[in-house]
Design a protein around this ligand. Structure first.
Ligand code: ATP
Length: 371
């Protein structure tokens, strides 16, 4: 499933040149975005970057100041929310406290004046889908946060929207429940074949759920790509820093070709070579970046010490169970992190505080980034 790589695929949701102003404040700036049918799409970014505004414009709760939004080829301008094929599930689930689960799920269907038999059938279908059949007669206050979240989800799905918009849907859940619900949500989306758009500031949530992620910054989209591409090939320092852990060092570009870049990091004797094109020119300042798990840490001096070999001292070790993170202070004073899996028992690994170590990495492991 990768319609975004298929030139013949029909765009489903199209934001075209969208700007949204609130008074003088520009919340979304001249933004273009295409989302495909059946895609699970995440809008990711820090608070206030415009994610929710983007979603609310699709749902019809806000109109763009400039530009247009097409849904299945139809211009959405002036179409009220209830006439759009979208349904939005809000951050606070807003269940009706005096209604039980069944009544909460049936509410929107009754409003739409569906026949009673149809309403009952859909409610049953939804209860089964979100695994809440035994809870049908409970009121919201008699359930856990995770269960309430599933009721809200069932209520949004019952109307069978073509597009379901989820604003931080798992924000209220604790870590374990959130992880469980994430998998339920992806299964559900796959089963129903709907298009899901999720707004989140939690990169792990976006990575777990989405087919593609748009990383946003101050009303603009900085990168749109699959979770793996975003992690492995971030297009800027901002994206690299926002997704996962990464070491970022100031560097200067000394040579570059179509598939290789040479860098120097002030205070580090070894040259750095990266097997990718450089986004900056020779002589320019850039950043060398590398994920902690891509560095190999060793007490032994590597055979090759003039390229991709950083010397340092163990500054701290964080034991996290599945992995340990070694904080290494380099010759130039910067502290970088190297992650080692604890697949083998720690007692077998001799590296400890204040040891002098070498960090080495493959030419294809590092990144060259601009701001
Ligand atoms: P969060 O994760 O905190 O919900 P967000 O990325 O979803 O953030 P938006 O809710 O889209 O951000 O808001 C983007 C910006 O637009 C914010 O600075 C916000 O204060 C502003 N904004 C949103 N709605 C309005 C409004 N109705 N009037 C004025 N400013 C608004």
């Amino acid at each position: 499933f990768a319609p975004w790589n298929d030139p013949a695929a029909k765009p489903y949701i199209q934001y075209q040149g969208i700007t949204k102003r609130f008074g003088d404040f520009v919340a979304v700036k001249d933004l273009d975005l295409t989302i495909y049918e059946r895609e699970f799409f995440a809008l990711l970014g820090p608070s206030g970057c415009g994610k929710t505004t983007l979603m609310r414009m699709l749902a019809g709760f806000e109109e763009p100041t400039e530009g247009r939004i097409l849904l299945d080829g139809q211009d959405m301008a002036g179409i009220p929310p209830y006439r759009r094929p979208t349904n939005m599930m809000f951050q606070s689930y807003a269940l009706f406290p005096h209604m039980d689960v069944t009544e909460n799920i049936a509410f929107g269907l009754k409003q739409d004046k569906l026949p009673k038999g149809e309403i009952d059938a859909r409610v049953q279908e939804m209860l089964k889908l979100v695994k809440l059949e035994p809870f049908a007669k409970r009121k919201p206050h008699q359930m856990s946060g995770g269960q309430r979240q599933r009721v809200a989800l069932a209520r949004s799905l019952a109307k069978r929207p073509k597009v379901l918009l989820l604003d931080e849907p798992l924000g209220a859940l604790d870590k374990k429940l959130r992880e469980e619900t994430q998998f339920e949500l992806t299964d559900l989306q796959y089963e129903l074949g709907m298009t899901f758009i999720i707004v989140t500031h939690d990169q792990e949530e976006a990575m777990t759920l989405a087919d593609r992620i748009a990383v946003m910054d101050k009303g603009k989209i900085v990168q749109v790509a699959t979770p793996a591409e975003i992690y492995e090939e971030p297009n800027t320092r901002y994206v690299a820093d926002f997704i996962g852990n990464i070491n970022i060092l100031d560097a200067g570009v000394t040579a570059s070709s179509a598939d290789a870049t040479k860098l120097t990091v002030p205070g580090i004797p070894a040259a750095i070579e990266v097997s990718r094109a450089c986004p900056a020119s020779v002589g320019d300042a850039a950043f060398f970046a590398i994920r902690p798990e891509k560095m190999h840490i060793s007490l032994d001096r590597p055979v090759e010490t003039t390229v991709n070999a950083l010397q340092g001292e163990i500054w701290d070790i964080a034991y996290l169970g599945d992995v340990s993170i070694y904080h290494v202070r380099l010759d130039n004073g910067s502290v970088v992190k190297a992650t080692v899996t604890n697949a083998t028992r720690l007692v077998e690994r001799p590296i400890t505080w204040h040891d002098k170590v070498w960090l080495t990495f493959a030419r294809d492991a590092g990144l060259v980034l601009t701001a």
